[in-house]
Design a protein around this ligand. Structure first.
Ligand SMILES: Cc1cc2nc3c(=O)[nH]c(=O)nc-3n(C[C@H](O)[C@H](O)[C@H](O)COP(=O)(O)OP(=O)(O)OC[C@H]3O[C@@H](n4cnc5c(N)ncnc54)[C@H](O)[C@@H]3O)c2cc1C
Length: 587
């Protein structure tokens, strides 16, 4: 088992300790935003010996980092744009995750690329995929292969024979992005970073036009405190402009939000042994195997409404169904759609020419110093978060007034990775010991790696924790308990939407499981019976509004419906009186 385990714990006790450390504390680096970029920056800085704090306004990965296509990939589209260095970099990161940093969380996925033209298309796509393999260098991934039409239909029986003339198969990798981001944040904590969720930046502390710290607010109870830091790093994705407004400086870059929607359908709805990448007029549509489901997406439309709750519309869903159905023998219908989610890409527009800030440009992401003591990072893609973090921390030495050791994160496995291979070998023993089906244990290994023993430890004394979650039998109750004792979950939404994906991978979208899960975690989180009721009804209301918004014809109406069910943490913050978290003896 990993020696860093206890140190990477994000439970109620650590949460209380983190507040005490923030309040009046002084850090080298204060990171704002607990998406993959901020978590990556915190890990990079902590492993270079800096004192680091990270605050996230809502939950880890509650922004874009839980709503992506979930691919660690080089990006065939960038290849077509001839951006070879970007593709090489992304493929390198993909393979590093797979082989060393997160082999428990990242899985290779075969993609079938159907050809629709005779003649030119096979050599064109074949040359592209050969280059893709070449740019990956010495990769653990299998190389691409050509398939005849008959062989392609044998692998992907769901394809309509008229939709292809032949095919190729190539490999990329997929992850559960929310769990991956949370694990990066926990790994940062294991290396000494103070990590606190439901903790929002509300103001910057300035001295002589220099940022010297921040005011943060606990979104649960409304307390505020001042945190001092030599440098504050903004890693807030589509919310980047807010921090520049707080500093009273022009934004060094302009971030535009672009909405992308995905659908989840059961594996049985598409009879195939491989994922698919389908060409659309503007881009591509992925069909990605994901547990017992396929993720199908995505869309790409500008979004200039409220950023907290992007909503999918009827037309987004129709667009995806129409595009995927063009390739399928038996079309998908609304009845096949189990879950829907929408996210916002933080796209960078060309730098604002009026800004005088120092800007370090790369093709994909930007790191800038809009004010002394304030560094902002935005753009990029999930796959290259580690490179973004490295570039950001490299950039901090001026602010810190000293040179920094080289980045070491390429050598730092995420929590759960170190003993993953051995843990895999013990799957049947764990199943025998706990009575949990072996298939469930294997699935848990892909979520916790070598931490699986730690997740299941309380089940030794409380056998009910080895039981399936009611109406979500893909999980056992111990996982939900672990999410609040070790993974920083504070609300039903965190538990059902990000620590698990019960909100999108069950037809009831988590509503049926909400009460038993709330009752399980209530003693740890200090919830009264009234708090349980409030959590359950707020969750049900959120699901109801989300489903209603998915019937709305346009973004404005969908957003209006969705925002009628705001985040539970703000409701609790407004209604519950301040009360310390119980200590760990309640667990
Ligand atoms: C539809 C879609 C599909 C995608 N697919 C892929 C893919 O397959 N592969 C890939 O490589 N990339 C993909 N991406 C891109 C990738 O998801 C993003 O680049 C990445 O997740 C951005 O992470 P981030 O940390 O910068 O932003 P976020 O994840 O949005 O994190 C920013 C965080 O800052 C917090 N925050 C905001 N304001 C404050 C405040 N005042 N105080 C404290 N915290 C605050 C937010 O709550 C949020 O959690 C996709 C994106 C989308 C939208």
């Amino acid at each position: 088992m990993s020696v860093l385990t206890t140190a990477g714990r994000l439970g109620p006790q650590e949460r209380a300790g983190a507040w005490a450390a923030l309040d009046g504390g002084q850090f080298d680096v204060l990171v704002i935003g607990g998406g993959v970029t901020g978590a990556g920056v915190a890990l990079d800085a902590a492993t270079r010996g800096l004192s680091v704090a990270l605050v996230e306004a809502r939950d880890l990965a509650s922004g874009t980092s839980s709503r992506s296509s979930k691919l660690f990939h080089g990006g065939l589209r960038y290849l077509e744009m001839l951006d070879f260095s970007l593709v090489r970099e992304a493929l390198h990161e993909r393979d590093l995750m797979l082989s060393k940093l997160a082999p428990h969380l990242v899985t290779p996925v075969p993609f079938l690329y159907p050809l629709t033209h005779r003649g030119w298309e096979r050599p064109y796509v074949g040359a592209g995929l050969a280059l893709y393999d070449l740019l990956a260098g010495r990769s653990p991934m299998p190389r691409h292969r050509h398939l005849t039409r008959t062989a392609a239909l044998r692998r992907c029986r769901a394809l309509s024979p008229s939709a292809l003339t032949g095919a190729l198969v190539y490999f990329d990798a997929a992850t559960d992005d929310a769990r991956h981001t949370m694990t990066v944040a926990r790994t940062a904590a294991a290396h000494g970073a103070v990590v606190r969720t439901s903790t929002e930046l509300v103001g910057l502390v300035m001295e002589d036009a220099r940022v010297v710290g921040a005011q943060v607010r606990d979104a649960e109870d409304g307390r505020t405190c001042e945190v001092r830091a030599t440098v504050v790093v903004g890693a807030t994705g589509v919310w980047s402009d807010e921090i520049h407004r707080m500093a009273g400086v022009p934004s060094p870059f302009r971030v535009r939000a672009s909405k992308g929607v995905h659908l989840l359908v059961p594996r049985a709805a598409i009879d195939s042994d491989t994922g698919m990448i389908l060409r659309t007029e503007k881009s591509v549509l992925f069909v990605i195997p994901w547990g017992e489901h396929w993720i199908v997406g995505t869309t790409d439309t500008p979004w200039d409404l409220e950023l907290d709750h992007p909503a999918a519309t009827r037309s987004d869903i129709d667009y995806i169904l129409e595009r995927v159905n063009a390739a399928l023998r038996v079309p998908l219908t609304d009845d096949d759609v189990v879950g829907v989610y929408a996210g916002l890409r933080p796209l960078l527009l060309p730098p604002d020419s009026r800004s005088t800030a120092t800007t370090k440009l790369s093709r994909e992401h930007q790191v800038a110093r809009p004010a002394q003591g304030l560094v902002s990072v935005a753009g990029g893609k999930y796959t290259t978060y580690r490179v973004m973090a490295k570039d950001t921390v490299d950039f901090l030495s001026d602010d810190l007034g000293r040179s920094l050791p080289d980045c070491v994160t390429a050598e730092v496995p995420l929590l759960g990775a170190a003993g993953f291979a051995e843990a895999k070998g013990r799957a049947s023993l764990v199943a025998e010991r706990t009575g949990i089906p072996e298939a469930t244990v294997v699935r848990m290994l892909g979520r916790y790696g070598d931490l699986v023993d730690e997740v299941l430890a309380p089940a030794t004394e409380r056998p009910e924790l080895a039981q399936p979650v009611p109406f979500a039998s893909q999980h056992v109750m111990a996982e939900l308990l672990y999410a609040v004792t070790h993974e920083g979950a504070l609300h039903l939404d965190d538990l059902l939407t990000r620590r698990t994906r019960i909100s999108v991978d069950t037809p009831h979208r988590g509503v049926e499981s909400a009460r038993p899960v709330a009752e399980l975690v209530a003693p740890v989180l200090g919830w009264s019976a009234a708090d349980v009721d409030r959590e359950v009804s707020a969750y049900a209301r959120r699901v109801e509004q989300e489903i209603a918004s998915q019937q709305a014809p346009d973004d404005r109406e969908a957003q209006g419906l969705r925002s009628q069910a705001p985040e539970q943490r703000t409701i609790v913050g407004a209604q519950r009186e301040t009360r310390p978290f119980p200590d760990s003896s309640a667990r």
